[in-house]
Design a protein around this ligand. Structure first.
Ligand SMILES: [Cu+2]
Length: 352
C-alpha cells in the first residue's frame, strides 16, 4: 500500500504504508471495544516478530463479530434478513489510520472493505484564507481545510494478494469477462443486443489488466476440474468497486517503487517466495522489485495454482469536512460465487 502525493512542494515523499511501516506489524492497533467493534465482538491477539526477531504481541489485534447484513433476498411477501460475519483489524500509520474488514455473507459473498480515516497530511500556506486562485477553497494541488492549513491531493493504492484455491490449490485458471454491444451486422438489427465473452488469461503478461467501464470488465477464477450440477466450472468472480488510475507518471519514483499500481489485476503462479507486491526489501529500494520483476518471466497461468493480485486505488481530493479527523472513507471489492454453487446458497436461511 502506497500513498503518492500530488503536491510538488512536498519533494519525494510517497509513504509506502505497508512495506516501509508495516500495516500488520508496528502499525497494528488494538481494537477499542464498543467503538471499533460492536458489543457482541470477540477478540484475538496477534504475535509477530519485531525487527530483531523478538515476539511482539498486540492484544485485541482482531475483532470477530456478526452484524445485521440488510436484506438477503425477497419476493412478494417472502423475505429473509441477512447476517454477516466480520473480521476487523486496524492500523495507525503515523498520521493516518486504516481498517480492514473481511465480511462473509450467507450467499457465499466475501466482501473486502478498506476504511480510510485518521488525520490527513497537511502543509502550512502563507495566506490564512483562500487566495484568489482558489476555486471554492480548492487550490491546484490541495484544499484549504483550516486557516493557513492546506491538505494536498493524494492517492492510496492497495495491493490485495488473493491466493485463490477454488476446489483445491491446483487446476485453477483465470478468465476475463467483457460485455459488448453486438455489431448490427451480426443479427443485432434492433440494436439492443449485447453479449458477454469469457477469455482465458494464459500468461502473466496477458493477465496485467485494467478496469474497463465500457465492457463492465470483471474476472473469474475457476477450477478446471470441479463442476457444479449444471456442468459449469466451479468459480468465484472478482467484482471491483471504487478504483482509480495513478496520476504519477510511469517514470516517477512511486510508480517504480510500487509497480503493482501499473495494473488493476495481476496473476502469478503460486510461489512461496512471492508474498509482497513490491518485493521483500522495500526500504530504499527503487528497482521495481515484486510484481513487475516476477511477471517479466511471463509464466503460464493455465490450469495451475495461481495467485490473484488486485490493485485498489483511491484518489483523495480532500474536503473541508475531512479535517481535523477524517470521517471514514469506505472502499473495497467483492468476491462472489460464480458457478461455485448450483443455485442460491442462501435458500435455507430461516425467516425471522
Ligand atoms: Cu487520503
Amino acid at each position: 500500500m502506497i500513498a503518492p502525493y500530488g503536491d510538488p512542494s512536498y519533494g519525494p515523499w510517497n509513504p509506502q504504508d505497508e512495506g516501509d511501516y508495516g500495516l500488520a506489524s508496528y502499525s497494528r492497533n488494538s481494537v477499542i471495544p464498543l467503538n471499533d467493534a460492536p458489543a457482541n465482538a470477540v477478540f484475538a491477539s496477534a504475535v509477530i516478530p519485531d525487527d530483531r526477531g523478538n515476539p511482539l504481541e498486540t492484544p485485541r489485534a482482531v475483532a470477530i463479530y456478526e452484524r445485521d447484513g440488510g436484506l438477503l433476498w425477497r419476493h412478494g411477501l417472502e423475505a429473509r434478513r441477512a447476517r454477516k460475519l466480520v473480521l476487523t483489524a486496524y492500523a495507525t500509520v503515523d498520521n493516518y489510520d486504516y481498517a480492514f474488514n473481511w465480511i462473509f455473507g450467507q450467499d457465499g459473498t466475501i466482501e473486502v472493505e478498506a476504511m480510510l480515516t485518521g488525520m490527513m497530511n497537511i502543509r502550512n500556506v502563507r495566506d490564512r484564507q483562500e487566495d484568489e486562485s482558489a476555486h471554492l477553497g480548492h487550490r491546484m494541488f490541495g484544499h484549504l481545510v483550516a486557516p493557513g492549513v492546506s491538505a494536498p491531493n493524494h492517492q492510496h493504492f492497495f495491493s490485495f494478494r488473493l491466493d485463490f484455491d477454488i476446489d483445491g490449490a491446483q487446476h485453477n485458471s483465470v478468465f476475463e469477462l467483457n460485455t459488448e454491444t453486438l455489431p448490427t451486422a451480426e443479427g443485432n438489427s434492433k440494436g439492443e443486443s449485447f453479449s458477454m465473452t469469457e477469455r482465458l488469461l494464459k500468461t502473466e503478461r496477458e493477465a496485467q489488466r485494467m478496469l474497463n467501464l465500457e465492457t463492465s470488465r470483471t474476472w473469474k477464477i475457476v477450477s478446471t476440474r470441479a463442476r457444479n450440477a449444471l456442468g459449469q466450472f466451479s468459480g468465484y468472480a472478482l467484482l471491483p468497486g471504487e478504483n482509480s488510475v495513478p496520476y504519477a507518471t510511469p517514470e516517477s519514483r512511486p510508480r517504480q517503487k510500487a509497480g503493482f499500481m501499473n495494473a488493476h489485476l495481476w496473476v502469478t503462479p503460486y510461489s512461496p517466495d512471492e508474498m509482497f507486491a513490491s518485493g521483500e526489501f522495500l526500504n530504499l529500494n527503487r528497482s521495481g522489485d515484486g510484481l513487475p520483476k516476477w511477471t517479466s518471466a511471463n509464466r503460464s497461468l493455465d490450469d495451475r495454482d495461481i495467485v490473484v493480485w488486485y490493485t485498489l486505488g483511491v484518489t483523495h481530493v480532500p474536503r473541508t469536512e475531512d479535517w481535523p479527523i477524517m470521517p471514514v472513507h469506505s472502499t473495497g471489492f467483492r468476491i462472489v460465487p460464480a458457478g461455485f454453487f448450483s443455485q442460491n446458497p442462501a435458500l435455507d436461511v430461516p425467516a425471522q
